[in-house]
Ligand binder design. Sequence first.
Ligand SMILES: [Zn+2]
Length: 138
Amino acid sequence: MKGLGADAEYWNALAEGSLKMQQCSGCGAWHWPAVWRCGECGSWEQGWHEVAPRGRIFTWTRTWHDFGWQAKGLPYVSVIVELDGAGGKRLNGVMADAGLPVRIGQRVTAEPWQFEWEGEAVHGLKWTPVGDESEREA
Ligand SMILES: [Zn+2]
């Protein structure tokens, strides 16, 4: 799915296998969701920068009910991840392995992934835990 809005660069980068986040060229503020104009300084100049897909879990939920996202399999774990870069902006995604324990604050890294949805390729991030096994909790 190609983006058409202010976030087009984000979706296009994901489709090509990388994560890019928006940063104001005027004042350096990071933006997500993407904006056309910076709310901090008023600049219309917004740049896109590759950011490592690493961070920590801000919150999560495990879903057992089929809402029509069979492509994800059941159950699946949705996460909101606070990025290490990009001013700590938060992105959503799914955990690669829904059976692993998950906890708020857990360190994670992601790989781009895609699935078909109503005939179109949808791009997202699949997150996996990183770091010391002893940090994991149920
Ligand atoms: Zn700005």
